[in-house]
Ligand binder design. Structure first.
Ligand code: ZN
Ligand code: ZN
Length: 136
């Protein structure tokens, strides 16, 4: 995906900061929060503020290039993978990993049980990751 083109198409300016924030999240499997992205970009973009990262992520979420995760944490986390999937979070180290799920089957399950027209589903698991299990 060409992020510059997507920004332009949606009426947003293409700025070096926006491109830098996108490069920090693109194919980043760690589901970073704004602080983590800030720390990653700090050495190369010392003038970039945390507020800029929040604002940029808001734009990215609006134009559908990132997903904002509902983690049971104080800070939002961001995901470049916008396809429907679930997450599992390690309660020891806060590592977040993708879990594939059959969204259509879950929609059907909810619709069949309640009669709702289902719009969204959000599932998150918690547990202890393999790395932390090793330390036990
Ligand atoms: Zn862990
Ligand atoms: Zn994910």
């Amino acid at each position: 995906m060409d992020i510059a083109e997507v920004l332009r198409k949606n009426g947003y300016k293409v700025t070096p900061q926006r491109l830098a924030v996108f490069s920090a999240i693109d194919h980043n499997m760690t589901h970073p929060n704004a602080e983590a992205i800030y720390r990653t970009l700090q050495p190369r973009y010392p003038s970039m503020s945390l507020a800029t990262i929040y604002k940029t992520m808001e734009i990215f979420a609006k134009i559908g290039v990132v997903q904002v995760l509902q983690c049971e944490e104080d800070a939002h986390r961001y995901d470049f993978n916008t396809h429907p999937h679930a997450h599992i979070r390690c309660v020891r180290c806060n590592n977040v990993v993708d879990v594939d799920m059959d969204q259509d089957a879950l929609f059907k399950l909810a619709a069949d049980q309640t009669g709702f027209r289902v719009d969204t589903v959000g599932i998150s698991f918690t547990g202890i990751c393999p790395e932390c299990q090793k330390k036990e």
